[in-house]
Design a protein around this ligand. Structure first.
Ligand SMILES: Nc1ncnc2c1ncn2[C@@H]1O[C@H](COP(=O)(O)OP(=O)(O)OP(=O)(O)O)[C@@H](O)[C@H]1O
Ligand SMILES: [Mg+2]
Length: 477
């Protein structure tokens, strides 16, 4: 992968010197900009990107040393090569101490100069490639990392496999902590764009006024503080994927600009006039009710349709049956080794306690609960005592509308509430079906039927308590 090299900035007040430097460098196919003062050089540096600067130590106006100090302070990454006719070891040492990358005494052979320049070019390319690699490798999302055997999770993995290789846009919906980011990452990783950048922007985390310039970049002077031209993240994602997280939090004016961008990938930087164009695949996610946001005029319906080419809906953890237990084991296995604990799994009673909770924070909450339990646990298995008192927590937040009564329709809310209620009575009765049925004043058979319908799993203790819902394969312990 070859990274394009920006120009070299040459600063020298002697015209002949400028010309000969320029000739030597352009002969080697470097792009060169030459100016005759430090002041001019500082202005140019603020506007354009250079991979290095070559400056004479003696300049009319600001000296080469002062220029070096100023430039170092503002662009610490920029290599600066000093040239002088009055070379002394002391001056050379001073220049290097002040941050010059190298020091050449006049007269010097062109090879000496070219050698120093090529080292800077190499360094620039390496830095850029590393930055790209980092962007790609920081999070290696794989399908196998999406844990769960419930039917909704199996369908999800299948849909990811089908959709990933296409260039289709996707909208990923689901409550907080259900794994939306994981899906977006896997879509990129399994696509033909996986060798290009994956850029993620959290629209809720960036102030509204800055989000546009973050996305599309800005020209110098576009607004106060825009000292330098800055390319947009969409340019960084060219050839790859951009993931807009928390898209429902984007302001309406920016939604209009995004809509235009989605037409054909063209955009203008803030304060710019030139139309630029990139080829990116867009993925978006939100944990908000997007339909409600549309009906309240907070989100553009046309944008929704553009994004919603493929829709991924992540079910809440409380509806994934036995996945709670699988995920708990997954987190124990992945977290315990780094904590130097020999814990392999949760005990049977702890597993049952995990099943009975309604997980408002979904997988993220489960991960935190397991992490905490691993810290507290001193035996070889996680015991119920190392888990939070979920019943107590539920009582800490009494509400007129039960907080688990979430969902998009009355049926869904009622179902969630019923599941929570049965789970909590089951826990009170230590998962004895007979006593639970008695307390609820229904038959044992009716209780079992409801549990099956609501995907409430109990581990088999004996024949009479074994219940298996559609998503709840029971592993006899
Ligand atoms: N199916 C899963 N298998 C393994 N880990 C998961 C799964 N789902 C979520 N996680 C883990 O749970 C945590 C939360 O997931 P993620 O950040 O993707 O949630 P989210 O839906 O983006 O939440 P939010 O809306 O709050 O941003 C992460 O640590 C993620 O790795
Ligand atoms: Mg997220």
């Amino acid at each position: 992968m070859s990274v394009p090299l920006p120009a070299i900035l040459v600063v020298d007040d002697e015209k002949n010197m400028r010309l000969s430097l320029k000739t030597v460098l352009t002969d080697e196919r470097y792009a060169v900009r030459a100016v005759d003062s430090a002041e001019e050089a500082l202005t140019l540096l603020a506007q354009e990107e250079f991979f290095m600067t070559i400056t004479d130590a003696r300049l009319g106006g600001m000296s080469g040393y002062d220029f070096l100090a100023r430039a170092r302070a503002q662009w610490p990454e920029l290599p600066i090569l000093m040239i002088t006719a009055y070379a002394t070891p002391k001056l050379a040492a001073e220049a290097i101490k002040a941050g010059a990358i190298d020091y050449l005494a006049k007269p010097f052979a062109p090879e000496e100069l070219l050698h120093a320049v090529s080292r800077c070019a190499e360094r620039y390319r390496l830095l850029q490639e590393n930055a790209n690699l980092r962007a790609r490798a920081t999070e290696t999302y794989k399908l196998e990392h999406i844990v769960g055997e419930s039917s909704s999770m199996c369908e999800l993995r299948q849909l990811i496999k089908t959709v990933a290789p296409t260039d289709a846009r996707a909208l990923i919906l689901g409550e907080s902590g259900t794994g939306k980011e994981l899906v977006a990452g896997a879509l990129h990783n399994l696509s033909r764009r996986s060798r290009s950048n994956y850029v993620r922007i959290n629209c809720a985390a960036i102030p509204e006024t800055l989000l546009e310039s973050e996305l599309f970049g800005h020209e110098r002077g576009a607004f106060t503080g825009a000292l330098k031209q800055k390319p947009g993240r969409v340019e960084e994602a060219d050839g790859g994927t951009i993931f807009l997280d928390e898209i429902a939090d984007m302001s309406r004016p920016l939604q209009a600009k995004l809509l235009r961008f989605l037409e054909d990938g063209s955009f203008t930087r803030v304060g710019g006039i030139q139309e630029l164009k990139v080829n990116v695949r867009l993925l978006a996610a939100t944990n908000r009710d997007i339909i409600q946001a549309i009906s309240q005029d907070q989100f553009r319906e046309d944008l929704f349709h553009r994004l919603n080419v493929v829709q991924f809906r992540l079910s809440p953890l409380r509806q994934r049956g036995e996945d709670v237990v699988l995920l708990a084991r997954h987190f124990v296995e992945s977290l315990a080794p780094s904590m130097n604990k020999g814990i392999r799994d949760a005990s049977r009673a702890a597993r049952q306690k995990l099943r009975s909770h309604h997980w408002p924070g979904n997988v993220r909450e489960l991960r935190n609960v397991i992490e905490r339990a691993l810290i507290l646990e001193s035996s070889s298995e996680i015991q119920p005592e190392s888990l939070p008192d979920f019943q107590l927590e539920a009582r800490l937040h009494p509400a007129i509308v039960p907080k688990n009564a979430v969902g998009s329709s009355l049926d869904e809310m009622t179902e969630n509430f019923e599941r929570e209620l049965i789970n909590s009575i089951l826990a009170q009765n230590r998962y004895n079906l007979g006593r639970t049925a008695e307390q609820l004043k229904i038959s044992r058979h009716a209780l079992r039927y409801r549990m099956q319908r609501l995907n409430i799993a109990l581990e088999a203790e004996d024949e009479t308590t074994s219940i298996a819902g559609k998503d709840t394969p029971i592993n006899p312990a």
